[in-house]
Design a protein around this ligand. Structure first.
Ligand code: BDR
Ligand code: CA
Length: 311
């Protein structure tokens, strides 16, 4: 299995990603999970992460709280999508597992230094504040990262929080800029792919049909967050963004994209956080990312459902 650190701001779709990873020990070994402020403030995202680990019956997973706001801007949250707690929908128990005392950024730095170089993959599912802070504070760790597989950005589908920007990149564009320029091997799951991974009725009923607590929670989370997105996009179901990252690590054959140059707009108020993706290779700027555009959506949901069934 590949060693991974999940960096997350749960978020119902983050919850699916964490559950998928924890259900897949033959593919990924979760060294720890770092929470970041994003969809909701940090005190919710770290608590939600613990709730999700307990739901998966993996209370031994190490959960760390990281940064409570972007590098240079005021935090923008998304309660309008995810609800007040970030995991609105089903009734949730209070977590009993404890939060690690160490700061999430220190955990990232220490782990990348301790593990053999080139063996740890980072899986960011929220704003890139923790990762960028670690890279700034300890530039030696950058060359030790095996790969960063992240959910963020958009090109053909453009924005979901502004007309030009996707939420995770918009919230902390300076952090995204640091990560995209870092030189670490990047795989990007933008809205272009996640908007093809929709929680249709049949797919949600497949979660519910598992007849397990995890299946019921998954279905209720999907029911909750798709209310907002279905009205917005007029689609049957909502994009299930974050688990595409973990699915890529399990079965990259479900995805297709191109190695291209991607840069982050950090200056313009109008287009801040835009991922300027040179899809047609019209510049000679070197490729820094595998930018994913297509997904076998049925294969993705089959994988997700099969794996959730194990929990
Ligand atoms: C991203 O933003 C959050 O709302 C989701 O959890 C996902 O990571 C989609 O733009
Ligand atoms: Ca997220």
């Amino acid at each position: 299995p590949r060693k991974i650190i999940i960096d997350t701001d749960p978020g119902q779709d983050d919850a699916f990603a964490i559950l998928l990873a924890l259900a897949s020990p033959e593919d990924v070994e979760v060294l720890g999970i770092t929470a970041v402020a994003g969809n909701v403030p940090l005190h919710y995202t770290e608590k939600n992460t613990r709730i999700i680990c307990e739901l998966a019956k993996k209370p031994h997973v190490k959960v760390y709280a990281g940064c409570d706001g972007p590098l240079a801007r005021k935090l923008v949250t998304a309660e309008h999508v995810h609800g007040k707690t970030g995991l609105d929908g089903p009734a949730l128990p209070e977590p009993t597992m404890t939060l690690q005392a160490q700061h999430g950024v220190d955990f990232l730095i220490d782990t990348l230094r301790q593990e053999a170089s080139g063996t740890v993959t980072l899986c960011p599912l929220g704003p890139l504040t923790n990762i960028a802070t670690a890279f700034q504070r300890a530039p030696d760790i950058i060359a030790r990262v095996q790969q960063i597989v992240l959910m963020g950005g958009a090109y053909f589908e453009v924005g979901n929080i502004t007309p030009a920007a996707e939420f995770n990149i918009y919230v902390d564009p300076e952090a995204a800029d640091i990560v995209f320029k870092s030189g670490a091997p990047l795989v990007v799951m933008p809205l272009d792919v996640t908007h093809k991974a929709l929680t249709t009725r049949a797919r949600v009923e497949a979660f519910r049909g598992l007849g397990t607590e995890v299946g019921r929670m998954a279905a209720e989370w999907a029911d909750f967050f798709e209310r907002f997105d279905m009205e917005k996009y007029g689609s049957e179901g909502a994009p299930l963004h974050d688990p595409t990252v973990i699915a890529y690590l399990i079965n990259p054959g479900l995805f297709a994209g191109r190695h291209i140059n991607v840069e982050i707009e950090v200056q313009s108020d109008l287009t801040r956080g835009m991922t300027v993706a040179d899809w047609w290779r019209v510049t000679d700027r070197p490729a820094n990312a595998l930018f994913i555009k297509d997904i076998d959506a049925d294969g993705f949901f089959d994988l997700l459902t099969e794996r959730l069934a194990r929990l």
